[in-house]
Design a binder for this molecule. Sequence first.
Ligand code: ZN
Length: 127
Amino acid sequence: MAKDSNKINSLDVTRSNTLDLIQYWKSFLGINEWEILCESISEMQVVDALDNNTFGHEFVGISINFKLKQGIIHHTRNLEEDDIIHELLHVRYPKWSEQKVNLITNLLRQRPIFDIGPHPNILLANG
Ligand SMILES: [Zn+2]
């Protein structure tokens, strides 16, 4: 699978943007005490068990260590804001189904609706 190499030039900008977004959404979700790291991985490291164990798949996912309060987002492509919201929701609400995380991610990325004051978490409190 060919990837465009132009993206590498803008990596620094993207990176700081990503960290800003992680910081924003961490405080939005009230998980500031968590350490969230990003690890870029190769598509060749991703095996799809549902596709005959073939290599070379796009992937974004988080591994969560609840004891250390640390999450590592593994990604084969640049992270979008959606990805960050999605993975942080897994941290904040570990019992939510993938379906629910997707649903709430879609709602949250339309952020203006939710910018109602200093305690937006209230909207998410009844997990
Ligand atoms: Zn997910």
